[in-house]
Every structure is written in structure tokens, then in C-alpha cells.
Design a binder for this molecule. Structure first.
Ligand code: DGJ
Length: 726
């Protein structure tokens, strides 16, 4: 609920458990007066406006000290606030001082869309939005800050729109999406760090003086860092303590920065990375910056996780598959790589269907002359020699087996050895007159161009209309470099990366509009573009090219910290694992994949018989637990990162009558065949029976005294423990 307290000039934004206060100071500045546990009254004393150097002097004597210390709602460039700012606009006169003054506000029901961008949504009775208008008279810029609260989650969504209200051209040099100010204190920062095949590992460190943060300048959100940070009280844990989270609903370059300043207070900012960014605004034009999510939790990381999971499940993912079981798929990438044809795929499909697998996904290698990753990206025409009966012939046969069919594309890329490149070399992102750098022997198509997006759309749409295709895996396998567009004028080259992402969004929007029942799975060399922006278009994203069950524990722990399990693409693959060479039990691989979308990434005709014999049981487990895993409330119970022994997570059904625990003993320990884990999220007074064991206990007992996990022997072994109320 949002209120404006006229007497105090304070906007109060309440979620179920938190309050965010914005105060108008001296009829001019917008300050952040409070963010934390829910308050019953508006306050401004937290701004300490009567104390030096906080005092905004009436005679202008110490203005700059004041600017440099006020907790700003949306700090701007060049006025004397020397901390990281959010907005820098270069005027025709060449200066870039932006001094915003409060002008007006509006409180509306619902949640407005953001043009061309992914964003949270809500019905009118589920959300309220506060829009505050700020103006810089000198350069003629109008800024709208929008904040939305939801009735069913503790998250707040915010965004920023700038309008050129002057008669001259303005250049946006930097426009971040949000700022969060925290009072003086000691904090930790939590981020998700990684690399290819090692995405989103949890990283926690003490916040020291100066800058610290994460970013991507790769053109996508990337494998290396994640557009997310959390700031925590030092003693905050999984289930207790104060946690502030910030998450960016965007798939391109970003920065997320935390800065502890001279007065021990902390400013966090997040938005499009300003490097290589500028955006020209002619008179009357607007720029909409992407949305940022902020969350406050007084119940540790759990509270933040649940607020984000709830927000994304109820207000971001639009797919009709959101609340449906996803078909159990088998993907041929690790089974065949590029070495396949229709017969080979059919033989996999036949065996897979007899085991209960429901969809065949044909990965990279079906188009043009593609026999390796050296050619044909852009030539989205099926290779006739591999498919004598055409794509439709194969799909029909797969359908006759009772299976659905899915296909792989990498729409944003172009191989130098492709008909498309020979016809349109200028469609690749490159500096004219210089040789652009290749990565995986491919260039990036200039998706800032409408003609390029239109061409690729036509090609994809033709393939999708040519056969009964139920699923698309949209891949993206290289970072962007040599940033230059043959289509943009010199003073708009800084718009390329952002326009590129808008092109990607536009194409995905068109596809899911034209094929509303298509199950879209985003992917970028594994989990290199796993972000909330992508979730607006696809309900699931391939988590990582690393399918090793043990590496996946860390990847899925970091991912599930902020994303629902229903979004995490997870498959059982063959051993030794192709990425790390590790051997793990087939059962463990199944249990770990069950905590995501669940599928297979292997050749069912070539795995050991003992493994194959387990597939029908795993399929049965999926059908038994898919609803619970998809809709349930997730709790991280233990992390191998901390225990150096075992890893455990659980999901609890919304009515708390059922729970499922996945327990993996990563490294066995002497004299420790039994372990005790403390569960969370159960109903205190409900009695739960443990499946296949003659044991039951109250929820309160299992949470306080713990649950014994029995007979775990050996490295990499796992247990799936099901609790049901009796
Ligand atoms: C990277 C993806 O993550 C893999 O799953 C696979 O689709 C390959 N690309 C294909 O080139």
C-alpha cells in the first residue's frame, strides 16, 4: 500500500513486512528516509537534517556538504554528491550537471508496462504504483521515478524514465535504474560469481570502505557475475537477520555497485553499465530505463528468496507453462554433439519414449552445412542430407512415438562461413575497415537493426511453421566486442548495446505471440544469460553447460537463491561427466536434476543398462513431485560450501502438508553414516510421516530437534526424503 503523508511530505510504501520511506526535503530533494521492517508511522528524523554536515543550509553556505551526505532516492551527477550517482545527462552546452527538483506525484493502481522492456506486471487489485516527477530546469530534463508495491510479495519494483523537455538535443551518458541507501553500519555483500560451466556460485564478503561490486560489459548479463547483489547484516544467516536484495530485470550490460563512504553509510546502485553507453534524446523523446527489484527481509536470506520467487512466479513469468508440468525432455547435445542425422535422433527418441521421456530436443547442427561450430549460423534452413524426409518427416515420426519435438537456434549469431554473411557482411557487429574478433568462430548479428531482426524472425518463423515444434532452445554463445553498427550515426553508436538487447526482446516477444504454446528455454553457452529479463519471455533457462551433479549443487544453490526451481534447466547426463570428468551415481544425477526442470542429456542407447533401468523410476519421481517442486516454497538447509560434507535443500507445498528434501553427501566422513538436519517451513503442529520409514514427528520437532538422514555411505550419494502430513 502507498500513502503520501502531506504534513511530513513523506511517501510511505508498505509491503506485507517492509516499509520504504521517501521524503521531500526543502520542497526540492527526494531523500530515502527509511527502508526496513514495517513501520506504523512515517519518519524523517533518520535523515538527521538538523545536524552538520547533514544540515541543508538556508543561505546556501554548505550546500555541497549536504548533497554529499543526504541519502538520495535517485542521486544525480555533478552537484556535489561525490558518491556514485545514477544519472548523467550531457546538455547541448556540453556540461553534465543534473540537479533534479521534486515537482509532483501520482499514485495509481496496478503496474504499468515498460515499453519494449521486460517488467513485472500485476492486476489492478494486486499492486499500486507511485510515480514521482522530478525536473532539471536548467537542462530541460524531466525524470519520472516509478515505484510499485505488490499485495503478495515483499519486493518493490522501480524504474526511471527521462524525457527531453528542452528545445535542444540531450545525451544520456548514464542512467542507472535505482539506488538504495543504508545507514551507517557494518554489512556484508553477497553476489553470485562464476565462469562458463561454473555459474552463480555464492560469494560473501565484508563491505569495506570504497567501491565494490559486480558488472558485465559483455553485451549479456554473463557467466562471470550476476545482476544481483544482497547487502546483509554481518550476522544475517539463511533464516535470520536483515537482508537487502537488488536484482536487475535486464539481459545486457549492467553494473551493481556498493560503496561505503566516509560516514560509514552505504550506497548501492544498479543499472545499465555506463561504459560504452550514451543515448541521444531529441526534443520530446523519452528513454525508459529497465526495472530494478529491491527486497528487504528481516528473516535472513529465506525472506529475500521467497519474496523474489513469489514475485517472479506471480508477476514476471508469462508463459502458459508457468504452472504446468514441463515435458521431460531428452536433448542430443552431449549424446551426439554435431554428429547426427534423422536416423540417429529417431533411434534415441524410440528408446527414450519407451522409458517414459516425453520430448526430443534437437540441438545445434541441423542447419546449413553445420558439421562443427565453424559455420552456417544465420542459415536457418535444414540440412537436406541429414534429413531426407525434411524436418517435418522427422518431427512426424517423433510425434508418432508419442513424443513432442523441440529445436535449437542461435538467432543472434552469424558465421563468417555462411550464406547470410556472404550476402550481408555489414549485418555483423564490427568496426568498418578493421577485422572484428571472432569468438567460437562467429560474429554477433547487429540486433539493433530492424532489418536484421525482421530477417531472422522470418527465418525462425518459417522453420517453426514447417513442423509441429513444441519447444525452442534459444542459445547465445559469445560476448559482444568491436562495438560498432553500420546502421547507427556517429553520435548514436553508444546506443548499440542497449538497442541490441531491445532487438532480442522484440524478437522473443514476437515469437511467443505468434506461437503462444511454444515452450521457450533461453540459454547462453549454458547459464550466461540467466536473468529476470529473460524470464519475461521464457519460463525456464538452461542453468549451465556443466551437468555434473556435484558442480550443479553449487550452481543450483546460487541460482535458487533468487530464482524459482521451475526456472532452472537441469538434466541428467552420462559419466564420466563431459565437463569435469567426474563419476557420480545415476541416482544422484537424477535427484539433482529433479530440483530443476528435469530432463536428460545423453544417448539412451549408449549408457550402462543399470543406469537405463533407473530412468522409468526417475520419470515416475518427476511425475510424483513436479507440482511440489514447481509450486513449493524453497529452503536451503545446508551448503557443501560451508559443511565440506553434505548439501541439502527442501521444498514445502503451499499448504504445508507435504515436503521434499534432497540430501547429497558430497564427501563421506568417518563414523558419520547418519546425519541430522534441521528442517524449515513446516507447520509447527502438523505431524509428518517420512516416506518408506516407520517414523513420524511434528513439524516443530523436525525443525527444532532435526530429522535423521540414515544410511548414507560413500561419496556423491544422495537421498530424496518425502514428508507427508498424517
Ligand atoms: C551451448 C549450450 O549451452 C549447449 O547446451 C549447446 O546447445 C551448445 N551451445 C550448442 O552449440
Amino acid at each position: 500500500m502507498i500513502r503520501f503523508h502531506e504534513d511530513k511530505k513523506v511517501f510511505q510504501l508498505d509491503t506485507t513486512n517492509s516499509t520504504y520511506l521517501l521524503a521531500i526535503v526543502e520542497d526540492e530533494f527526494l531523500a530515502q528516509a527509511y527502508y526496513g521492517e514495517k513501520l506504523a508511522e512515517p519518519i524523517t528524523y533518520t535523515l538527521r537534517l538538523d545536524e552538520a554536515p547533514f544540515t541543508p543550509s538556508q543561505n546556501n553556505r554548505d550546500r555541497v556538504s549536504f548533497y554529499d551526505v543526504l541519502p538520495m532516492a535517485y542521486p544525480t551527477h555533478g552537484i556535489g554528491d561525490f558518491r556514485e550517482d545514477c544519472l548523467n545527462i550531457c546538455s547541448k552546452a556540453g556540461h553534465s550537471v543534473v540537479k533534479l527538483a521534486y515537482q509532483s506525484y501520482e499514485i495509481t493502481t496496478g503496474k504499468p508496462k515498460l515499453k519494449g522492456l521486460p517488467a513485472t506486471f500485476a492486476d489492478d487489485d494486486q499492486a499500486q504504483t507511485l510515480t514521482i516527477k522530478m525536473v532539471d530546469q536548467a537542462i530541460g530534463a524531466e525524470v519520472e521515478l516509478a515505484y510499485s508495491v505488490f499485495s503478495d510479495t515483499d519486493a518493490i519494483a522501480s524504474s526511471v524514465k527521462v524525457r527531453n523537455a528542452s528545445k535542444d538535443t540531450l545525451w544520456l551518458e548514464k542512467i542507472l535504474s535505482g539506488c538504495l541507501e543504508l545507514p551507517a553500519g557494518q554489512y556484508d555483500m553477497l553476489s553470485l560469481h562464476g565462469s562458463w560451466a561454473r555459474e552463480r556460485h555464492v560469494e560473501r564478503r565484508e563491505i569495506g570502505f570504497g567501491y565494490q561490486g559486480v558488472y558485465s560489459k559483455r553485451g549479456s548479463s554473463g557467466h562471470q557475475d550476476h545482476p544481483f547483489i544482497a547487502v546483509l547484516e554481518p550476522n544475517a544467516s539463511q533464516a535470520s537477520g536483515h537482508v537487502y536484495g537488488m536484482h536487475f530485470v535486464y539481459s545486457g550490460n549492467y553494473m551493481a555497485q556498493v560503496e561505503k563512504n566516509q560516514f560509514d553509510s552505504v550506497r548501492c546502485v544498479m543499472g545499465i553499465h555506463p561504459e560504452d553507453f550514451s543515448f541521444k534524446l531529441e526534443q520530446g523523446e523519452t528513454f525508459q530505463a529497465p526495472e530494478m527489484i529491491r527486497v528487504f527481509s528481516a528473516t535472513g536470506l529465506d525472506g529475500m528468496t521467497h519474496a523474489l520467487h513469489d514475485l517472479y512466479r506471480s508477476h514476471l513469468i508469462r508463459s502458459p507453462y508457468l504452472h504446468q508440468k514441463r515435458p521431460i525432455l531428452i536433448n542430443n547435445w552431449e549424446a551426439t554433439y554435431f554428429d547426427f542425422d534423422a536416423d540417429k535422433l529417431l533411434s534415441i527418441a524410440k528408446e527414450a519414449s519407451s522409458l517414459g521421456i516425453e520430448m526430443l530436443v534437437m540441438d545445434d547442427g541441423w542447419f546449413g552445412k553445420r558439421t562443427s561450430d565453424n559455420m552456417s549460423l544465420g542459415d536457418w534452413v535444414v540440412t537436406e542430407s541429414k534429413f531426407p524426409d525434411g524436418l517435418c518427416g522427422l518431427v512426424d515420426k517423433v510425434n508418432e512415438l508419442g513424443m513432442k519435438f523441440g529445436i535449437w537456434f542461435e538467432p543472434e549469431m552469424i558465421s563468417p562461413d555462411s550464406d547470410l554473411y556472404r550476402a550481408h557482411p555489414e549485418w555483423a557487429i564490427a568496426v568498418a575497415g578493421s577485422t572484428a574478433g571472432l569468438s567460437r568462430n562467429q560474429y554477433v548479428l547487429d540486433f539493433s537493426r530492424e532489418d536484421v531482426v525482421e530477417h531472422i524472425y522470418q527465418k525462425l518463423s518459417k522453420v517453426l511453421h514447417s513442423a509441429n515444434i513444441a519447444y525452442v532452445k534459444w542459445d547465445m554463445n559469445r560476448p559482444m566486442a568491436d562495438l560498432a553498427s553500420a546502421n547507427l550515426p556517429a553520435d548514436q553508436q553508444g546506443e548499440l548495446s542497449h538497442r541490441y538487447i531491445l532487438g532480442v526482446y522484440q524478437l522473443q516477444e514476437r515469437l511467443i505471440t505468434e506461437f503462444p504454446y511454444l515452450l521457450l528455454e533461453n540459454c547462453a553457452g549454458g547459464g550466461g544469460r540467466f536473468d529476470p529479463g529473460m524470464l519475461y519471455y521464457s519460463p525456464q533457462i538452461w542453468c549451465s553447460d556443466d551437468t555434473d551433479a556435484i558442480e550443479r549443487l553449487a550452481i543450483q544453490e546460487g541460482t535458487a537463491l533468487i530464482y524459482p526451481l521451475s526456472t532452472m534447466g537441469a538434466h541428467v547426463s552420462d559419466c564420466p561427466n563431459h565437463t569435469v570428468g567426474r563419476n557420480t551415481p545415476f541416482e544422484t544425477r537424477g535427484h539433482v536434476a529433479l530440483m530443476g526442470t528435469f530432463g536428460y542429456e545423453l544417448d539412451v542407447n549408449r549408457i550402462p543398462d543399470s543406469d537405463k533401468a533407473m530412468i522409468p523410476q526417475q520419470v515416475a519421481l518427476y511425475h510424483q513431485y513436479a507440482d511440489l517442486i514447481r509450486e513449493g516454497r524453497y529452503y536451503r538447509i545446508a551448503s557443501f560450501r560451508e559443511t565440506h560434507w553434505y548439501d541439502a535443500a527442501m521444498v514445502v507445498s503451499p499448504d504445508q502438508k507435504e515436503a521434499l528434501i534432497i540430501y547429497v553427501q558430497v564427501l563421506a566422513k568417518a563414523n558419520a553414516k547418519r546425519n541430522k538436519i534441521h528442517l524449515r517451513g513446516l507447520a509447527e503442529n502438523m505431524r509428518y510421516a517420512v516416506a518408506n520409514e516407520n517414523f513420524s514427528a511434528l513439524g516443530s520437532t523436525l525443525m527444532r530437534a532435526g530429522l535423521l538422514v540414515n544410511d548414507v555411505h560413500g561419496d556423491f550419494c544422495s537421498r530424496l526424503i518425502h514428508l507427508k502430513s498424517v
